[in-house]
Write a new protein. Structure first.
Lengths: 555, 96
């Protein structure tokens, strides 16, 4: 893992001291709310429905056991004993007192963490594929590049007041697990015909009220040009992005308004002018950063684990866990284990302090002290010997976190919704819980196969509903919650924005409607090998509309 | 028309309701109620003074009504959730 150098440590400590002073001045009345609000947001502190909320950055979703234990400590000491992992690989505490936030940030700094740039119109926490550095299908680990981008973008003076927020994601394998095409800027690591590693670059994706799939701006960017090219993009966005209308200010709107060809011309011109100024990545510096992310020393092991196979044969719950939560590692005899934060009927992404500590222990004992946060709001043990999977499973059973449901109908992304969020128009979490209970953790969910349901409590789309195979958007219709369904969205390398099916459903109706969509899929699929998304892509939306609306009505 | 004034505590962020100048309660049932726009306006002036006095932030008026059981409750779901807390069982349970 990356370790802070003197500069990083000094910079974070200085920010904690600054914020401590700002909070003191706010509480003494020296600063009023209008003066203070931008300062607290720069440090990740929001005011939500019930209380303040603190959003903590987990750079590229990588955590050590020590850091996870610190989060557990903060949850107990300063919050209500739990935290919420988000779709941006961050962690949110829902109940901190403002007066405690400087102490919380000081605690975080002791384990090389902070909340800087988790809000505001700046370059936000850089996210990556949660299996980075471990996945069997990986071309190259994207985390060193993410760390380089983090260093470059942290309190970058030119990019601290962008027209709007700017989110960067990187993905290291052909399978896109980082949803790069719905980010402002996405880097897909590729190998060109000459065998060189570089990036295919995507610009202008995003969700919210104007969902757009990113446009490809460059087929192949040499890796040494990562910062110079990012800089050119940010310069053009900073100059040309709209500042007159918050809803038209993201880079996706700039790309949509001018067309990707015009934006590419402007970016390439700036890139050509400044390419060699000072932002070319020296190989030695890249190597220095990459060394922090080296694969841990893993002993040779037989590819097949007798312990796993024996348990699989005798325990259906373990067999499901092995089947859905464990994916191939680069090294034979190892696996990547995803811990589902979606227990049946649970709150997606929530994790208690006790669970955090148990997971930190598992990471320390079985995964070389390393954890990841997935943007699907799950946690990952990236380097696990297959022989250890039964022991991990047993510990997770004790914590109520052994659901073998990754990628299935119950692995639901949901934003906090109206239960917490000041922007929300409807609740998300109870809908997720009821869908989860309806389908359960048994054979039914397994038979349905891969199916992503994403739920947002408002048009800002923190729950990624636009790219759910089934997306659910909660709205407020004359004071009553109404849930609109979109179909056919996808966040992977075949990225698509889901299409709205028709009028919304009440809270009472929505679960039955989702079940009807699933039953329709089961009737229409050519076989189990054709998953939900493939079936929709083959047959279109009409048979699904007919299943949930009266024929002819509102269609 | 029936309204109460709500806000969040400055130091802790917790939802509070206006009782009198400088006095706020966490329980909506103990809040002072107002039945005219003029009274609401006057109460908001007092609330703003409590913003300046560093007690609270973001005061606003909340429309309420009598529930079937006769209790007063906010008309909108958003304000009902603010008053009663999340509608979900969010507190951690000890592992079994």
């Amino acid at each position: 893992m990356y370790r802070y150098d003197e500069f990083d440590a000094g910079f974070v400590a200085e920010r904690v001291a600054q914020f401590r002073d700002q909070v003191a001045r706010r509480l003494s009345g020296e600063l009023d709310e209008d003066q203070f609000k931008p300062l607290r947001l720069m440090n990740g502190v929001y005011l939500q429905l019930h209380a303040y909320m603190l959003r903590i950055a987990i750079p590229y979703g990588t955590l050590s056991s020590q850091q996870m234990r610190k989060l557990a400590f903060i949850a107990r000491r300063y919050d209500k004993g739990y935290g919420h992992f988000t779709t941006r690989q961050n962690l949110q505490f829902n109940w901190p007192a403002l007066a405690d936030c400087p102490d919380i940030l000081a605690e975080l700094a002791t384990v090389e963490m902070h909340a800087i740039q988790t809000s505001g119109n700046c370059i936000r926490n850089v996210t990556v594929d949660q299996f980075a550095g471990a996945a069997a299908d990986e071309i190259e680990d994207p985390r060193p590049y993410a760390e380089i981008l983090r260093q470059w973008s942290s309190i970058h003076p030119e990019y601290s007041y962008l027209p709007r927020k700017f989110k960067i994601a990187l993905n290291g394998a052909p399978a896109d697990r980082a949803a790069i095409q719905v980010h402002d800027l996405g880097f897909q690591i590729v190998r060109n015909a000459e065998g060189e590693i570089g990036f295919t670059v995507y610009l202008g994706g995003g969700q919210g009220r104007t969902p757009l799939v990113a446009s490809k701006i460059r087929d192949f960017l040499p890796k040494a040009d990562l910062l110079a090219y990012s800089n050119a993009i940010l310069r053009i966005y900073n100059l040309e992005g709209r500042r007159d209308n918050k809803y038209r200010a993201r880079v996706k709107i700039l790309v949509d308004d001018h067309g990707i060809d015009a934006i590419r011309d402007a970016v390439e011109a700036d890139f050509a002018l400044h390419r060699d100024d000072h932002l070319s990545l020296p190989q030695s510096e890249f190597d220095r950063i990459a060394a922090y992310f080296a694969m841990p020393a893993l002993q040779d092991r037989p590819a097949r684990s007798a312990a796993c196979e024996a348990r699989k044969a005798s325990d259906p719950a373990f067999a499901r866990f092995l089947s859905y939560n464990v994916v191939p590692h680069k090294r034979a005899g190892y696996g990547i284990v995803t811990i589902s934060l979606k227990p049946i009927g649970g709150i997606p992404g929530d994790c208690s302090a006790e669970q955090m500590e148990a997971i930190a222990d598992l990471a320390e004992i079985y995964s070389h002290d390393e954890l990841r946060v997935a943007h699907e709001q799950n946690l990952v043990l990236p380097h696990v010997a297959l022989d250890d999977v039964p022991a991990i499973f047993d510990k997770l059973v004790e914590q109520g976190l052994a659901a073998g449901n990754i990628g299935l109908v119950t692995d639901i992304i949901a934003c906090p919704g109206l239960d917490y969020c000041a922007l929300a128009t409807a609740r998300s979490i109870p809908i997720a819980q009821r869908i989860s209970e309806r389908f359960g953790d048994g054979e039914r969910a397994a038979d349905i196969g891969p199916l992503k349901i994403n739920i947002s409590g408002c048009i800002n789309a923190c729950g990624h509903h636009h790219v759910g195979h089934i997306g659910i958007l909660g709205t407020d219709k004359k004071g009553v919650e109404s849930y609109q369904i979109t179909l056919g969205g996808s966040a992977d390398e075949t990225c698509e924005i889901g299409r709205v099916m028709g009028p919304g459903f009440s809270s009472d109706e929505i679960i039955d409607s989702i079940e009807k969509l699933v039953d329709t899929y089961l009737k229409l699929r050519t076989g189990k090998a054709e998953d939900f998304l493939a079936t929709i892509r083959r047959v279109g939306m009409v048979p699904f509309q007919e299943a949930i609306y009266f024929k002819g009505a509102n269609l | 028309m029936l309204k109460v004034i709500s806000a969040n505590g400055l130091a802790d962020g917790i939802v509070v309701y206006f009782v009198a100048a400088g006095v706020w309660t966490k329980e909506m049932a103990k809040a002072k109620t107002f039945s005219s726009d003029e009274d609401v306006k006057s109460a908001l002036v007092l609330a703003k003074a409590d913003v300046a006095n560093r007690l609270i932030v973001d005061p606003f008026d909340v429309e309420i009504k009598a529930s079937a059981a006769g209790d007063l409750e906010p008309v909108s779901m958003r304000n009902a959730i603010r008053a009663n807390g999340p509608t979900i069982d969010f507190l951690p349970h000890t592992a079994h």
